[in-house]
Design a binder for this molecule. Structure first.
Ligand SMILES: [Fe+2]
Ligand SMILES: [Fe+2]
Length: 158
């Protein structure tokens, strides 16, 4: 099966959820939070497929839901993983791995630690995608890289 068809099948019910669709009105890294979430889900899907992971579907869906919050609070670094998990659990069935993926995706800037390789994958993909988006739509790459480095450095000093 063509990967794009499979990818779309995995996430189709999420993309028709009214509350999730509202993420298209929230700006995130210079684009909509819906587009950012789709970027993270797509790269996660391709990576998991390359690694022949059996839980490709569950990881991809959790990756799509990782920033499911419409709060426009500017510096929501520490809290938004919890908000996203709360919102995702209201709308969809999530297993414990998916819950950990969402709750820990901001590692090391969040309360929950990643407890499986799937969580490390999504957390890493999110940072790579965020850096790409920040530097494509908002700031020069040096500033984007320094920004992500400083935020993570400060977090591990806590
Ligand atoms: Fe996030
Ligand atoms: Fe994100």
């Amino acid at each position: 099966m063509n990967w794009e068809i499979e990818f779309n099948e995995i996430i189709s019910d999420i993309l028709v959820n009214e509350n999730f669709i509202d993420l298209k009105y929230v700006i995130h890294h210079g684009i909509s939070r819906l587009d950012h979430s789709l970027h993270v889900a797509r790269i996660t899907y391709l990576l998991c497929k390359k690694l022949h992971m059996k839980n490709l579907k569950e990881v991809t869906r959790a990756a799509l839901l990782h920033d499911f919050f419409d709060n426009k609070e500017k510096f929501a670094f520490y809290k938004h993983a919890d908000w996203a998990l709360e919102n995702a659990m209201k709308e969809f069935q999530l297993n414990s791995m998916q819950q950990n993926i969402i709750a820990s995706h901001m590692f090391p800037i969040c309360h929950t630690l990643p407890n499986c390789k799937e969580s490390f994958i999504v957390s890493t993909v999110d940072k790579m995608v965020a850096l790409y988006e920040l530097t494509k739509y908002k700031v020069p790459i040096e500033i984007g890289a320094i920004f992500i480095f400083v935020i993570n450095f400060l977090a591990i000093q806590r």
